[in-house]
Design a protein around this ligand. Structure first.
Ligand SMILES: [Zn+2]
Length: 172
């Protein structure tokens, strides 16, 4: 973990923050050796899974919409899509937009993120999906897996193109 001063406002796994803000950078896409919620410290940092009641189900459904968009694009490219587990969290520290366990087919989305504009939620879902289902880390191939958000939110088509480009590049 290290502290940095933001040179631009916008972080991906750290929410949108103003330029000049000092923040702690954490590795949000965890290796499979780190279990979600296995320590009190992690629980504080990442919050806890919300109980699957009607409200949570509705939040999850909004995330699943973007999972299906990604699934369609992936299947259209001739690939199989493996099922991913989606959990909605609560009491997550304010600077986290989403997180995943790399290569473990699971992503977590804080309820606050679900309430963000749809373009941002879709972006987070696609980004975390590449971590969680395909074990792809941050890279500069295109905007999708950079650790900072693009200045302009992207369209569904732009996200789909970037998604397939990532999978092709990493032979997934
Ligand atoms: Zn990431």
């Amino acid at each position: 973990m290290k502290r940095i001063k933001l040179s631009k406002d916008c972080f991906l796994e750290g929410k949108i923050l103003k330029k000049g803000t000092e923040i702690e950078i954490l590795e949000y896409n965890r290796t499979s050796k780190t279990k979600y919620g296995d320590t009190a410290k992690n629980k504080d940092r990442y919050g806890s899974n919300k109980t699957m009641d009607k409200d949570t189900y509705n939040l999850r459904r909004r995330v699943m919409k973007h999972i299906y968009e990604a699934k369609n694009a992936i299947e259209k490219s001739g690939r199989d899509f493996d099922r991913v587990t989606v959990r909605i969290t609560q009491d997550t520290i304010h600077s986290v937009l989403g997180f995943s366990r790399r290569g473990d087919y699971i992503i977590w989305v804080p309820e606050e993120t679900v309430n963000e504009p749809e373009e941002l939620l879709r972006y987070v879902v696609y980004h975390e999906l590449l971590h969680g289902n395909y074990d792809i880390g941050h890279n500069d191939l295109n905007f999708l897996m950079r650790p900072v958000l693009p200045k302009r939110m992207k369209s569904l088509e732009e996200l789909n193109t970037a998604l397939i480009e990532q999978l092709t590049h990493f032979n997934k």
